[in-house]
Design a protein around this ligand. Structure first.
Ligand code: PLP
Length: 234
């Protein structure tokens, strides 16, 4: 069931080609968009594939699953949390992950800050914003984003690198595009009012990379297009 390295390489060059085409269409430099392979629900082998192919970070959405894999890959591989985080896992996460993309409450920011400090680390975070106003999606509401940013900027052991969003499920690509445009506008407005860069816009997945890149994504999080369906047990 595990995808072969050769098939992964073929998928990877396909995905890279799509990213380049989307960048060309948007008049952007392809090096301004990072590809984050999403290894969740796959065996650890696929994180090794990413490393072998020269990618240096992977995304996981469950804390426990990621912790179980970390020891089995080159220790230089960076792990980014892209799934929901409960405070009872904040200590482990602050000690082990390189970035948390899903900070959506001040309470979580403060917990991560405390544990990162205790571990003597500075943890990179993104604020997850519900830019598509989707009741089914996590993330801080657009109106609450300034208060969350203020709280996060008050955390000395966190570095707020930008924002992340997940577009609502829809057959209409315009829904995703509008969501991504809202995230960019939210970032621009926060950046102005707080005088911080917030350079990272983590948006776009296998199905909506093109829309995300045309709206300014700096990081696409791609699982299925690289590794195939994840409906089997690792
Ligand atoms: C699973 C997941 C992805 C990857 O989705 P694909 O459609 O498989 O590319 C991206 N972002 C988040 C937050 C995810 O949970």
């Amino acid at each position: 069931m595990l995808i072969s390295f050769e098939d992964f390489q073929a998928n990877l060059s396909e995905v890279k080609g799509q990213i380049e085409a989307a960048c060309r269409a948007a008049g952007r430099d392809p090096s301004s968009v990072q590809l984050l392979p999403v290894t969740k629900n796959h065996p650890v082998d696929v994180a090794r594939y990413a490393w072998e192919a020269g990618l240096r970070a992977v995304g996981e959405n469950r804390v426990q699953e990621a912790l179980g894999k970390m020891g089995d890959v080159d220790p230089e591989l960076r792990w980014e949390l892209i799934g929901p985080l409960q405070s009872n896992k904040a200590k482990k996460v602050a000690e082990s992950f390189h970035r948390v993309q899903t900070v959506e409450r001040a309470k979580i920011a403060k917990a991560l800050d405390r544990y990162a400090g205790e571990a003597g680390r500075c943890l990179s975070v993104l604020l997850q914003v519900n830019a598509g106003r989707d009741p089914a999606k996590s993330g801080v509401e657009l109106e609450e984003a300034p208060a969350l940013l203020e709280a996060a900027l008050g955390c000395p052991n966190l570095r707020v690198d930008g924002l992340m969003t997940i577009a609502p499920l829809s057959d209409d690509p315009e829904v995703a595009r509008r969501t991504f445009a809202s995230l960019r506008e939210c970032r621009d407005s926060l950046s102005d009012s707080f005088g911080v860069e917030l350079a990272e816009l983590s948006m776009g997945m296998s199905g909506d990379m093109k829309e995300a890149i045309s709206e300014g994504s700096t990081m696409v999080r791609v699982g299925t297009a690289l590794y195939g369906q994840r409906n089997y047990a690792g």
